[in-house]
Design a protein around this ligand. Structure first.
Ligand code: SF4
Length: 295
């Protein structure tokens, strides 16, 4: 399962037990999970080991990155056991919201999330189907609903649907021939219940949707994220497959909602100090991207 190749280790890796090989797809998962160990090489456009773990805690985080890596690009030599790391996901972020780890190559290493609720758990996008993750999700109560933000991040949705019998929810414009139980056709916000709202955010794809939970957590798929380098909210014109003008309008419409977290598929998560602070960050992003449009 975890088979990074020593012979293919990148020259940037510092000497030591952990290494990254040349199959890295630059998904950023390892750098978010273990920033003390992994960094990005601008020359390669790939991750490498910038510092070997200097403590037991740092090593545990690095082993979680081994598990999360979608391409098995991170290795250890001599081999370190990953048993504890496989049980570390889903990892709680805040309240009842968890980060799933176990990124899937089929969704280019996008992040996925689990909301643990007494009325039935909800997966946002698809992690990699893996026995240790199933076991942990089982212990947390399984999955009743799976919301798929857009067509790129569906990965192992079919395996999760088979295992849990969960209802998949997706916008019809992105669902295509996928066997989706509930297709959203409206282009206006739709309440799934009193805590969850689907917000259409066309732009990256025609059928992109965001999911708002308890007016605190906004799951954004590939619509909006925190930029790794300048630590500001951002969107990607270079990865906009449908309409940049629509994506900018979708961004502006998010100002109608209150939330404190942005939880993306790709890019960094962002927790603002308050909903007002998130609003200010959104305003700055809207103005900055509008200026870019004007140039
Ligand atoms: S998690 Fe794996 S694929 Fe993603 S950036 Fe790190 S080494 Fe590369």
């Amino acid at each position: 399962m975890f088979v990074a190749r020593v012979a293919q280790r990148l020259p940037e890796n510092v000497p030591g037990v952990f290494f990254v090989d040349d199959s890295c797809i630059d998904c950023d998962a390892c750098r978010q999970i273990a920033p003390a160990v992994f960094a990005r090489s601008p020359r390669l456009g790939q991750s490498y080991v910038a510092a070997q773990p200097a403590s037991a805690t740092a090593e545990a985080r690095a082993l979680m990155a081994v598990v999360a890596c979608p391409t098995a690009s991170i290795g250890t030599s001599p081999k370190r056991p990953v048993g504890a790391a496989t049980s570390a996901f889903p990892e709680r972020l805040e309240d009842d919201v968890y980060y799933c780890g176990w990124h899937a190559e089929a969704s280019y290493g996008a992040a996925s999330y689990l909301i643990v609720r007494s009325r039935g758990n909800l997966l946002v996008d698809s992690p990699r189907a893996a026995r240790p993750l199933y076991d942990r999700v089982d212990a947390l109560g399984g999955v009743r609903t799976m919301v798929l933000s857009h067509r790129d991040d569906v990965a192992d949705h079919a395996a999760f649907a088979r295992r849990y019998g969960c209802e998949r929810v997706m916008h019809a414009a992105d669902a295509g021939a996928l066997p989706i139980e509930r297709r959203v056709t409206a282009d206006v916000p739709i309440a799934l219940d009193d805590e969850l709202t689907i917000i259409p955010v066309p732009g990256h794809t025609r059928g992109s949707i965001a999911l708002l939970y308890r007016e605190k957590f906004l799951f954004t798929g590939d619509h909006l994220w925190l930029d790794e380098d300048d630590l500001r909210l951002d969107m990607g014109r270079g990865v906009c497959w449908y309409s940049w003008a629509e994506q900018l309008r979708s961004l502006e419409r998010l100002r109608d909602f209150r939330f404190q977290w942005v939880l993306p598929g790709h890019g960094r998560r962002f927790r603002a100090a308050s909903a007002a602070a998130m609003g200010a960050a959104l305003d700055e992003t809207i103005a900055r991207l509008a200026n870019k449009r004007a140039r």
